[in-house]
Design a protein around this ligand. Structure first.
Ligand SMILES: Nc1ncnc2c1ncn2[C@@H]1O[C@H](COP(=O)(O)OP(=O)(O)OP(=O)(O)O)[C@@H](O)[C@H]1O
Ligand SMILES: O=C(O)[C@H](O)[C@@H](O)[C@H](O)[C@H](O)CO
Length: 177
């Protein structure tokens, strides 16, 4: 049986939250709402990518583990710096190994997995304007995705409803951790 997730050590301090999930699932939309509700700052995970990663994704080529390593380390460093103050950062964090890497940098991190049906997310991505990531990469995003395991502190919220409802459910779930 998998180990139970470690409870957050001190509920008097605000959490540091990684909003995870495949591209187009709503991390950039929901993350700031959750941060506002928790009274903490929000950081956009895409801003931590090296330029080469953005170029690769813009060309429709999926990132590999080596591409993601410096990006995860930059996000991990940001998260470590928020310890005690709290924060929310978006990061697809698709694989368990990526989340382990983030937790190694910032122990106590919690994850909010935004989950959704592939067809719904593809539709939203197709309607999104001016973003480097296209729905061409969605198959590889879903193929790479490893959902949260039982021993990982976090919660999953479905993204079918409107953003305000998702954020409210997310905050309720995070407060229970
Ligand atoms: N709950 C929602 N209802 C309707 N549309 C939504 C919802 N959440 C997000 N969207 C829309 O779906 C698109 C994708 O959302 P968003 O950019 O927040 O996803 P993301 O996970 O940050 O994507 P990426 O990882 O590619 O940056 C946007 O156009 C956004 O406005
Ligand atoms: O891990 C990855 O494949 C990528 O980093 C993407 O998920 C992007 O960061 C982002 O989600 C697109 O805007």
């Amino acid at each position: 049986m998998p180990a139970a997730p470690q409870p957050r050590q001190d509920h008097r301090t605000p959490p540091v939250v990684v909003v995870m999930g495949v591209s187009g699932t709503g991390k950039t939309t929901i993350g700031p709402l959750v941060a506002q509700a928790l009274g903490v700052v929000y950081a956009e995970g895409d801003d931590f990518h090296p330029a080469a990663n953005i170029a690769k994704m813009s060309a429709g080529v999926p990132l590999d583990d080596a591409d993601r390593a410096p990006w995860l380390d930059a996000i991990g460093a940001w998260a470590a710096g928020r310890g005690g103050q709290g924060g929310v950062v978006s990061c697809s964090a698709l694989k368990r190994a990526y989340r382990d890497r983030l937790r190694a940098a910032a122990p106590g991190l919690v994850f909010l997995h935004l989950t959704g049906d592939r067809a719904l997310i593809a539709e939203r991505m197709a309607a999104r304007k001016g973003h480097f990531m296209t729905s061409r990469l969605l198959d590889s995003q879903f193929a790479t995705l490893e959902p949260l395991e039982a021993d990982e502190a976090g919660a999953a919220v479905d993204v079918t409803p409107g953003a305000e409802v998702i954020a409210e459910r997310a905050v309720t779930a995070l407060r229970r951790l």
